[in-house]
Design a protein around this ligand. Sequence first.
Ligand code: ACO
Length: 337
Amino acid sequence: MRRSTRAAVTAVGHFLPETRLTNQDLTQMVDTTDEWIKSRTGIEERRILKGESMGVSYMASRAAQEILKKRGMTADEIDVIIVATVTADMSFPATACLVQAEIGATNAWGFDLSAACSGFLFALNTGAGFIESGRAEKVLVIGSDKMSSITDYTDRKTCVLFGDAAAAVLLEPDSQGYGLMDSVLRVDGKGWEALCMLGGGSLHPPTHETVDQKMHYIHQDGKTVFRIAVKGMADVAVELMERNDLTGDDIRYLVPHQANQRIIDAVARRMDLDPQRVMLNISRYGNTTAATIPLCLHDWEEQLKRGDNLVIAAFGGGYTWGATYLRWGYDYAVSPS
Ligand code: ACO
């Protein structure tokens, strides 16, 4: 698709809780070992948000505030706030409203977007649509999840995987050829049972029974999801590369959702990518669901140069998955115009 105005990423921000939950800590809680967790997932520690009255909006607001500070912007310049999350502070109002109030974005509207681990990718593409159509000039796209709030710390199959974090990007119009170039996005609702949280929604409202049956925790058939995630992520990434005439050498970085290092390695191999060109920080944060991808962009921001080709790829519950080809919009040392 040819577009004159593209949505470029012009800033990134993040928030990480201070408390660390290490593999060693988890060995005191469930029957597991540091060796098993590291070799099967690549994770060494994750961050956990502790404290009264601290939910996803707390982390999301701080990630947003980092962007405002870095750019020397005031919050009233923001047009739209999109928060990707599966652990919103409340069923409603939307977290985006709470973030709007917290940061004082008096001219913004916004909403939450639910697509599990593909949430940030879908929100990025949704936000880009507002910029490309001319409906907005400054869109905050935030990925924020407090996975510890829906993790069963007696279930070794899931509790080793997840962590809490938020990270965000600012999208602005670009007419010089930078920004979101192309995407392949998919859902397949037939796979919903393999990765879900059954309780708390309108199908199974909270009752003593839903609590007793642990229906308010993440349920995952890990083996099934693993197999489908590798194929799904790699297929869309390769399709995106082919239709944009990109080889492995043309891609500066793969920015993959961080669910399992073995999934990421397999996807990079299918894309014919040098491992040096893969953003990988799962060892430090685990799977922070909607936050993993912008957290990578934050961690690699200083190394990124204007015009770098990035392929962002994600897979998550739903199933939801996709890949986006993004040309990076700025050099770290140079303040974006
Ligand atoms: N410590 C020790 N042993 C464990 C642990 C643990 N923490 N967890 C599981 N095991 C055991 C199992 O009980 C099983 O033992 P058994 O054979 O005696 O029954 C054995 O290890 C193998 O278990 P598997 O589940 O087959 O292990 P696998 O190698 O598949 O790894 C994992 C599990 C890490 C969950 C993997 O399947 C995975 O990463 N799946 C995909 C996750 C993903 O991508 N999710 C999508 C995004 S998340 C989102 O959208 C919210």
